[in-house]
Write a protein that binds this ligand. Structure first.
Ligand code: NDP
Length: 290
């Protein structure tokens, strides 16, 4: 599948993204930077496509010989019905963020969100045997919890405002992974238990433009031995991230780490190449003005 830039080859490998809204998604910028850095002859096209046009967009991508595409909100579940097969974790998670189109037009759905998160965490700590507290039970949380459980996390406590969504995720984890998962209805300021190893915000609380929003937690329960990670890529430094830094938490990972790592894994699926995460992160910081 490799396509290194050659002279007189005016046909790049085509990739892209189908999401709505699409304008604030910086993925195209980091993909472009990686392709330039590695001399990969690919183009990534950011398309605003919602569920109403998704089937046509998938057919169009296949007809034009695209190598694959990302799906983001609101298409991650919807796209499954237009695909030929799913990778193992995408099947368990029930959502797809990366589609690979084979040469014969066959489509396979993968989910690199959780894998990117695991990669980001693995850079600072081991996961095996760790106790997690995870805020939220939406798509990002499902991807993170499943992959962290498959990577060896031993206990996962999920907090969510909506009881049904939280319980569905906990049942899914207990039935499909070796981790012991439990649910807490999140209707009170939460004290993070002192034996927690990794604390994760997988809600949209604090996401641009609602940057002033705070998680309903007791900040003083964040302790220096905890690893803290946020999913939110914009703004880079949410209140949660800033509070964890102030509390002296050992490692604090903003959402851009997950964003960059899930993109690196997607490029690997599409091109077979290991692109430099540092190049992508530098470009992300540049385009976000950090
Ligand atoms: P979903 O809409 O699927 O889930 C949102 C979650 O946030 C739900 O659990 C929801 O709870 C919870 N939530 C929303 N508002 C509040 C609130 N005021 N208080 C408490 N909980 C709340 O979104 P996603 O899971 O797809 O995305 C979540 C976040 O992750 C977004 O910020 C997104 O940008 C980010 N993300 C980052 C990625 C990266 O690579 N860095 C990749 C994918 C996502 P309820 O169920 O009760 O409604």
């Amino acid at each position: 599948m490799n396509k290194i830039m050659k002279q007189n080859d005016f046909l790049p490998g085509l990739l892209g993204s189908f999401a709505k809204p699409a304008a604030e998604n910086p993925t195209v910028a980091i993909m472009k930077a990686a392709f330039r850095h590695h001399g990969l002859h690919y183009r990534y096209i950011n398309c605003e496509v919602g569920p109403e046009n998704l089937e046509a967009a998938v057919s169009g991508a296949k007809a034009m010989g695209w190598r694959g595409f990302n799906c983001s909100i609101p298409n991650k579940v919807e796209v499954i019905k237009y695909l030929d097969e799913l990778g193992e974790s995408a099947r368990i998670i029930g959502a797809v963020n990366t589609v690979v189109i084979e040469k014969d037009g066959k489509t396979r759905g993968e989910n690199t969100d959780g894998k990117g998160f695991v990669k980001a965490i693995s850079e600072v700590t081991s996961i095996r045997g760790k106790k997690l507290v995870v805020f939220g039970a939406g798509g990002a949380s499902r991807a993170i919890c499943v992959e962290m459980a498959l990577a060896g996390a031993s206990e996962i406590t999920v907090l969510n405002i909506d009881e049904t969504g939280g319980k569905v995720l906990v049942d899914l984890l207990n039935q499909n992974t070796p981790a012991k998962a439990s649910f807490i209805l999140w209707n009170h300021p939460y004290d993070i238990p002192t034996d927690t190893d990794i604390v994760i915000n997988a809600t949209s609380v604090g996401l641009y433009p609602h940057v002033e929003q705070r998680l309903n937690i007791n900040i003083d329960s964040l302790e220096p031995h905890m690893v803290v990670a946020d999913c939110i890529p914009n703004p880079a430094y949410t209140h949660f991230v800033k509070d964890a830094i102030d509390k002296g938490c050992k490692y604090v990972l903003p959402g851009m780490n997950m964003l960059v790592n899930q993109a690196v894994i997607a490029v690997k699926y599409w091109t077979g190449e290991d692109v430099d995460a540092g190049v992508m992160k530098d470009e992300l910081k540049r385009v976000l003005g950090l």
